[in-house]
Each structure stands twice: as structure tokens, then as C-alpha cells.
Design a protein around this ligand. Structure first.
Ligand SMILES: Nc1ncnc2c1ncn2[C@@H]1O[C@H](COP(=O)(O)OP(=O)(O)OP(=O)(O)O)[C@@H](O)[C@H]1O
Ligand SMILES: [Mg+2]
Length: 734
């Protein structure tokens, strides 16, 4: 039997894990140490050497994509089909199980999965039936609460609300919601897991069947399992099945969604005869990148503690770029991508990582402008996002009431009591009369052809659009966008959604205001800026996602980058309040989770890492000034190098005070031989005092570039040192 292709590509510690006799295993190791590789090779080993059939193996992965890759890799190693092997995410596997055993799970055969939006709507309906006011009982909050109970494996009857009236009401809604789901044959995401768990608990013979079927279960990214997932695994494993859990406590980043790092420690206690394997050699990154990552994560307390080393080359230093704003940041990244591809590298060797979804917009625009293909991993392109399309539809109606697509899109968004039947009637009338839907709606209302409630709602919608249109005349584009978001209730709707999705949608909407603010339009165009903007947004959306096989830059949030690796990585927006996210500041636990996220980000890079931050950033419609992230300061200084733009002037222009800078007297700009575009710039001198409208007073300590692109570094008395674009910074010499 030739097992060399399974064992040869492994080091000793990895081999020990892969070739161990069947046992419970915990592989605990840092990023890039080959945990996922061990998992894959272990499966190959079990099949090749222990005689396990594909049928007898279950592997849990973090994404469906990872599942696919795992199968492909095993098939490549063994040259066999993995048909019958269960590989997937917890949710995917639970769904598969429930589909097969719908009767035992007390579900109708054609049960439907409720996505988060549908779930919210159902919760609203249930609350209305219970005569609970949405304002007092925000449905998002209820949704979040029910999800949290399910993640902990709790049904309504398991929750003890005590005398707390709030908790009592939550339990009441939970019960009613559960009944409604059961009546409708509906299963939400949390329910998939809970139901699958109960399926086994309630059906011992079925459980016995699966325990026999799956003597081997392997789990990747174990540090991010929640209570119900872990319970599910343990029940399945019983005391016969051998469980291999692979993880890294330093990469636990889903605590906010109920994941429990403690499961790693529990594992050794709960399972017997656990072989614990530590992998310490990193194969992914240069020693510089590894050192930086280690430097950051060391600041967390209570780690399980791991050493990570590499034989890899030292590589290039990490480049830190202080952009003066988000546009400059995007421009910088695009230029570096160009440099990289000029040297013959592919685009898909590059990833741009960011903390929040809304950050992608400026980056996307810069890439589109430069015609660089990109793909947003695990998400949609900005202008294709549901909430953005809704807002744009309103803006289109302002400009053209006869835009039927937009009319249909938002006539009942956010919901205002215009049902499908009324919309059908409007569409039909429009068709018969050759009207636009807008005109048809007006006609039907005037003729009292709709039920009175619907008619009122339609009238309210027509009035709303007219009013916003009226208020928008002569307004700048960004104000129009703000009017739309506020008056239509779109922003409020998403803000009231509890949980990450609502938060993300609200942020994206605010980001749309930023997009409007920085939209210049074409000077030669006579059409209103609004129309130009709408066209440009439609074009951006129409470009479509680069398809799966096209060579493209990968863009994603730091969360979705887990488990992946790329030769070149950009971490963008590494600023306080953005990353660490401002919501984490108050809780030490959350701050440590943000730091782990930073560790995940840094360790995605194989050869080269760029970290960028912006002195000023327009995000979510607001201009913010954030200092560089504390995480950057935690990176050892000898691994990092600040990127400076080349100074384009060679003549000495400086006026050091007291000669500390050892240059000939002179001003930074404007004094000797001013370039034409220098004329409006304030005359500053090195060592001179200046005042900034936001940062207050400070001392000029450095400069680079020239003319309109000159940047100066000012050490502000209260805010510390910052690089500012001289032409934009509104600095006053004192
Ligand atoms: N023994 C080895 N020899 C050569 N390359 C290896 C070895 N082990 C792993 N690698 C390579 O190192 C990289 C990291 O491996 P892998 O993705 O399995 O690490 P990981 O521990 O799962 O990382 P993460 O914590 O980020 O999920 C991969 O490119 C992998 O192919
Ligand atoms: Mg991995």
C-alpha cells in the first residue's frame, strides 16, 4: 500500500496527527500551520489505511466553498470518488439530515428555510397577533433574542423568565412564533441546528444508526462552534465515534454570534483519550508577516499559548500607508495592484480585506475606473445590494415617475400596506390604458377603484415621492440622497433591524450618501447630476461580478477571509473606531475578539502585506478623523515600514526653527519660485506652528510631495501626529 503521497507532504507533528490510530483528536495550532491540510490528509489516511469508506466520514467545514475544495483535494490525493461522504457546514449538514428524516423531525416533507428577512416579517406578524406594538417590542430585537435561545439549545419551555415582564413577553412571542413556523412548515437558520439536535435526542434508533454510520467526524475551525453545534457533535460522537477537532483559539472571531472558544477546553474534558497535537511550523507567510501577527496577538490575555515559527524567508517589510482620505487609500491600493501585475502576477493572488462591508464601495469604484476585475467574496457588489437598489429606485422615481421597475420595487418598501393584489390592479390598469404605473395608481385612487385601506396607502406613497421630489429641487446630490433615506423610512427600517444584517444595511445606505457627495459628474453634461449619478450606478451594477473562473482581485471582509491565503494582502481602513470597530471599545472581551480578527487578517498574507489607513474618511455619509489603529502600534517596529510618496522637489525649501533640520532657510512652499498650483496653499515652515479646524494647534514636522500633492506631517498638541494633504487640510499658519 502506497501511503507516501499522503504522508510525504507533511512534517513530523502533522504526520503524527494524520497517521494516528483512530482516536479523538484535538489539533490546536496557529494560523497557516497546516491544520486544514492535516484534516484533509487524515481523511485520506482513514480511507486508505483504516479502510474507512467515504460513506463513513463526516467533515464539517466553515463554508460550502471549503467543502468543495476539501472533496477535490481528497479525490486528487486518492484518485477516488468521495461520493457518499458528508462534507459541509453545520447548517448544510443539518438541513440534509432534516430533509431525509422530515417525519421524525415532525416537519412537512417540503419544509422551507426562512431567511432572515422572512423571519423578521413572520415575527412582526406574530407580534401583531399578540397585540404587541412594534415600537415597544422591536421585531429585530425579538429575532435576535429567539436566535440566541436557539443557539443555546433552548425552547420556550426551557427558558425561565422568572418575574421579569420583558423576558415573559419574549417567551410568549417565542412560543407563538414557534407555532406559526410549525403551521407553515418553516425552519429558520437557528432552527435547523436545534431541530437536527433534537432529532437525535428524540429518536434513539436513528441516532444509533448515524453513530454507526459515521465512526469518523472531523471539524475544521472548531474554535467558532457555538453551544448547539458542539452539543450536536457530542451527541453524534457518543462514545464510539472518533472526533477530530481542528482549531486555533486565536482565530475565534464569531463570539458576537454565539461561538464559544471554551469548547476547545471542553473538548479535552468531555471526550476521552484525546490525542492533542500542536503544530508549530507555519508554512504560509514570510517570517516578517509571522512576527507581526505574533506581536499583535500577544496583547491578548488568557490565550492557550502557542509558538509559531517558520523556515520561510524574511520577505519584505509590511508597508504601512497613511492615506489622507479614503479616495487616496483606494488610489494607493490600485497602484500597488498595478505594480504587482506588471511583474507578471495574477490578480487572484491578491486580496483586499476590510472590517465592514460598506468600505468596499470606494475600493470598487477605484478598481472599476482602472478596469481591474474584482470579485466580492461572500457578498454582493455595492450597487447590487438590496438596500442600495431600493434607495436608487426612489431616486429614479424622483427623476422619472414613469419608471415602472422602480415603482414596483419600492411601492411597498418599506411595507406600507400595499399588497400584491393592489399592485396587480395597478399593473393591469397601466397595461390596459397604456399608462405608467404611477399614472395608473393615481387614476385608480381617484376612481376609488382600490380597497380604501390600500387606496390610502397608495396615495400616501404618491404624496411621499412628490414631496421628496419637491424638497429635492436645487439640492446637492448628497442632500437628495439623505432626504430619500430619511423621508422614505428606508434608513430607519434597517436601523431598527437588530443584528448584523440590519446594521450592515444601514451602514451601506449611509455610504450611498458618501458616494453622492464625492460624485463629480461630467462637466460637459447638461443633464442633472442626479440622472448622471443614477446612470453611473446602473453601469457599476451592470458590470456584474467577475465569474468564478475569471482572474480577479478578491475583496472580502476580514471575517470571511478565515481559512484563506493570498500572496498579496491589503488590509484597508486600519483605524480606530473602524478597526477595532467602535462598538467593541467598551467591552474588553470584544476588543480581544477584534484583535483576533486582526491576527486572522495579517496571517492571510503569504508574501507581502500592506496596511492602509486614512487620516480623514468619509464613511456612512460622515466625515471622520480617526487615528491609526492600536493594532498597528502593536506590530513590532522592525517589521513595518511607512510608505512615503516621493518628494518631487529637490531644491531646499525648508525653514527649520533653530536649524534642527539642518537645511537652508526657506519655506516649504510658496516662497521661492512657487509652482502655479502652489499659489493658494498656505505658506508653512518646518517647525512652524499651525492651526487645523478639527485637530487644533500643532507643529509642522515633515513634508513630502510638491504642489497640489504636497503633504505635511503635523504633530498636533492634542491629537498626535498626522499626515495631511496641504491643498485640502485648511491649515492656518500661526
Ligand atoms: N508540511 C507542509 N509542507 C509544505 N506546505 C505546507 C505544509 N503544511 C501546510 N502547508 C501549506 O501551508 C499553508 C497553510 O496550511 P493550512 O491552510 O492547512 O493552514 P491552517 O492551519 O489551516 O491555517 P488557518 O489557521 O489560516 O486556517 C497552505 O498553503 C498549505 O498547503
Ligand atoms: Mg485552515
Amino acid at each position: 500500500m502506497d501511503v507516501s503521497q499522503i504522508l510525504d507532504p507533511l512534517n513530523d507533528a502533522q504526520r503524527e496527527a494524520v497517521a494516528a490510530p483512530p482516536c479523538n483528536q484535538l489539533v490546536l495550532a496557529g494560523a497557516g500551520s497546516g491544520k486544514t491540510r492535516v484534516l484533509v490528509h487524515r481523511i485520506a489516511w482513514l480511507m486508505q489505511v483504516e479502510g474507512a469508506s467515504a460513506h463513513s466520514i463526516m467533515a464539517v467545514t466553515f463554508t460550502n466553498k471549503a467543502a468543495k475544495e476539501m472533496r477535490a483535494r481528497i479525490e486528487e490525493l486518492l484518485g477516488i470518488n468521495t461520493f457518499g461522504m458528508w462534507v459541509g457546514t453545520f447548517h448544510g449538514l443539518a438541513h440534509r439530515l432534516l430533509k431525509q428524516h422530515w417525519q421524525e423531525a415532525r416537519l412537512p416533507q417540503n419544509f422551507q428555510i426562512l431567511d432572515s428577512d422572512d423571519q423578521l416579517r413572520l415575527i412582526k406578524r406574530v407580534q401583531n397577533e399578540l397585540q404587541l406594538d412594534d415600537k415597544q417590542w422591536p421585531p429585530r430585537q425579538t429575532q435576535w433574542w429567539i436566535g440566541a435561545q436557539k443557539d443555546e439549545g433552548l425552547r420556550p419551555q426551557h427558558v425561565n423568565p422568572g418575574a421579569d415582564p420583558w423576558a415573559n413577553t419574549m417567551v410568549r412571542i417565542y412560543s407563538a412564533y414557534e407555532e406559526a413556523c410549525q403551521r407553515g412548515g418553516l425552519v429558520d437558520f437557528g432552527e435547523l441546528l436545534l431541530r437536527a439536535h433534537e432529532l437525535w435526542l428524540n429518536n434513539p434508533s436513528l441516532l444509533a444508526h448515524y453513530q454507526q454510520r459515521f465512526p469518523f467526524v472531523l471539524v475544521d475551525e472548531f474554535q467558532d462552534t457555538n453551544t448547539i453545534q458542539y452539543a450536536w457533535l457530542r451527541v453524534l460522537a457518543g462514545d464510539r465515534c472518533k472526533l477530530t477537532a481542528v482549531g486555533d483559539d486565536d482565530q475565534s472571531i464569531y463570539g458576537w454570534r454565539g461561538a464559544r472558544i471554551e469548547n476547545i477546553q471542553m473538548f479535552s474534558q468531555d471526550m476521552h483519550d484525546v490525542q492533542t497535537v500542536r503544530l508549530e511550523q507555519n508554512y504560509r507567510s514570510t517570517s516578517t508577516i509571522l512576527k507581526a501577527a505574533n506581536g499583535v496577538i500577544e496583547n491578548n490575555a488568557g490565550r492557550l499559548g502557542k509558538q509559531l515559527w517558520t523556515e520561510g524567508a524574511k520577505g519584505e517589510p509590511i508597508s504601512l500607508y497613511a492615506a489622507y482620505n479614503e479616495q487616496d487609500e483606494a488610489r494607493f491600493i490600485v497602484e500597488r495592484i498595478r505594480d504587482w501585475t506588471v511583474s507578471g502576477r495574477r490578480l487572484d493572488s491578491i486580496a483586499i480585506l476590510y472590517r465592514s462591508n460598506a468600505q468596499s464601495r470606494v475600493l470598487e469604484e477605484a478598481l472599476l475606473r482602472e478596469k481591474i476585475a474584482y470579485r466580492i467574496y461572500g457578498g454582493q457588489r455595492f450597487y447590487e445590494r438590496l438596500e442600495i437598489k431600493n434607495a436608487l429606485a426612489y431616486m429614479r422615481l424622483l427623476s422619472n415617475r414613469d419608471d415602472d421597475t422602480s415603482f414596483e420595487r419600492v411601492v411597498n418598501t418599506p411595507t406600507r400596506g400595499i399588497g400584491a393584489r393592489s399592485v396587480d390592479a395597478i399593473r393591469e390598469c397601466a397595461r390596459m390604458q397604456g399608462y405608467s404605473m404611477w399614472d395608473a395608481a393615481k387614476k385608480l385612487v381617484a376612481e376609488r377603484a382600490l380597497a380604501s385601506r390600500a387606496a390610502n396607502a397608495v396615495q400616501a406613497f404618491l404624496d411621499l415621492v412628490d414631496t421628496v421630489a419637491e424638497e429635492s429641487t436645487q439640492q446637492p446630490l448628497a442632500e437628495i440622497a439623505e432626504l430619500v433615506l430619511n423621508k422614505t423610512g428606508l434608513l430607519e427600517f434597517h436601523r431598527n433591524e437588530k443584528g448584523e444584517k440590519g446594521q450592515t444595511r444601514a451602514e451601506n445606505l449611509e455610504e450611498l450618501v458618501s458616494a453622492c457627495r464625492s460624485f463629480d459628474g461630467d462637466e460637459d453634461e447638461e443633464r442633472p447630476l442626479l440622472d448622471q449619478f443614477l446612470d453611473s450606478a446602473a453601469l457599476d451594477a451592470g458590470e456584474g461580478q467577475a465569474d468564478e473562473f475569471e482572474d480577479a482581485v478578491q475583496m472580502m471582509t476580514l471575517h470571511s477571509a478565515k481559512g484563506l491565503e493570498f500572496p498579496l494582502v491589503f488590509m484597508a481602513g486600519v483605524e480606530e473606531n473602524l478597526f477595532p470597530h467602535k462598538m467593541s471599545a467598551s467591552e474588553p472581551g470584544r476588543m480581544e475578539e477584534e484583535r483576533r480578527l486582526c491576527y486572522v487578517g495579517i496571517t492571510r498574507a503569504m508574501e507581502k502585506l500592506y496596511i492602509t489607513h486614512a487620516e480623514s474618511r468619509r464613511l456612512h455619509g460622515q466625515e471622520t478623523f480617526n487615528p491609526v489603529s492600536r493594532f498597528v502600534r502593536e506590530i513590532p517596529v522592525d517589521t513595518i515600514e511607512e510608505v512615503r510618496l516621493k518628494t518631487e522637489v529637490s531644491r531646499p525649501l525648508f525653514q527649520p526653527r533653530g536649524g534642527a533640520f539642518g537645511r537652508k532657510p526657506g519655506a516649504i512652499n510658496g516662497f521661492s519660485d512657487p509652482a502655479p498650483d502652489d499659489e493658494n496653499l498656505p505658506a508653512l515652515s518646518l517647525g512652524g506652528r499651525v492651526e487645523h479646524p478639527v485637530f487644533g494647534e500643532g507643529t509642522v514636522i515633515n513634508f513630502e510631495g510638491s504642489g497640489a500633492r504636497m503633504r505635511v506631517q503635523v504633530n498636533f498638541d492634542d491629537e498626535g501626529s498626522k499626515w495631511l494633504m496641504l491643498s485640502m487640510a485648511k491649515l492656518q499658519p500661526l
